[in-house]
Write a protein that binds this ligand. Structure first.
Ligand code: ACK
Length: 224
């Protein structure tokens, strides 16, 4: 009989080491608290609540999904297209268990997701699958996506609204980056201690961090 092929994982990615995970959870929750109290945010509250008079506690609104990580390849145990080819790459095999520093350059908040925008180094991009930025994007939005640099989708999902899947964070991030590239410039709402906060319409917020936050992470596969 043929030896059984090893099963493919759910996904590959960089996983924040536990001390960093705790730190990031705390500091990003602080940001949500700040956002919640801003008049500019309250003005657009109905995009989160459906009702301009309703309040929202953003810390409760988003459910954290751990372990915090930046997905490279979603394999879906081999059901996803290209999963096997990705897993077989020498660079992927060699990188498993190795450490790296992820650079978080911004935070996004939308009515669906809360996430960290990660800027990948050329070395990290070697682990970024070709075409990964476009997976699951409606064809009508593709021209905008294709104009973005490779790796633009790289993110850490920090939380999702009830009933929302984590895959949405990358899509929300791309949508925001496409808007930033477009003609319509974002409205800069406020200079915060952390950085510049912009409102992108339809409940979408982007905080460009004044200083990127470096997070120690380990490349690995993940299966449930
Ligand atoms: O926040 P994420 O990157 O979004 O981390 C989780 C991880 O895989 C485990 O679910 C991501 N994910 C789920 N489905 C997909 C998909 N179709 N394409 C890309 N990433 C996905 C999810």
């Amino acid at each position: 009989a043929q030896p059984k092929e090893p099963a493919l994982p759910l996904f590959y990615g960089w996983f924040l080491i536990s001390e960093v995970e705790e730190k990031i959870k705390c500091s990003t929750m602080e940001f949500l608290k700040t956002l919640d109290t801003l008049e500019a945010f309250k003005k657009h509250i109905s995009e989160f609540t459906g009702d301009a008079d309703k309040e929202v506690d953003l810390e409760q609104y988003f459910q954290t999904k751990t372990p915090l990580h930046c997905t490279t390849e979603f394999c879906d145990y081999g059901k996803a297209e290209g999963a096997k080819e990705y897993a077989e790459q020498q660079v992927v095999k060699d990188s498993c268990g190795t450490g790296t520093e992820l650079s978080v350059v911004g935070l996004i908040v939308t009515p669906r997701t809360f996430g960290a925008h990660v800027s990948l180094t050329p070395e990290q991009l070697l682990l970024w699958p070709t075409g990964a930025d476009k997976v699951g994007i409606p064809p009508a939005d593709l021209p905008g996506v294709e104009a973005l640099p490779v790796g633009s989708r790289a993110h850490v999902t920090l939380g999702c609204a009830a009933g929302v899947e984590a895959v949405q964070t990358g899509i929300d991030l791309l949508e925001i980056l496409i808007l930033q590239q477009g003609e319509e410039k974002a409205v800069t709402v406020e200079e915060l201690e952390l950085g510049t906060l912009s409102y992108m319409g339809q409940g979408r917020w982007y905080l460009a961090l004044r200083e990127p936050v470096t997070c120690d992470a380990i490349f690995s596969s993940f299966s449930e």
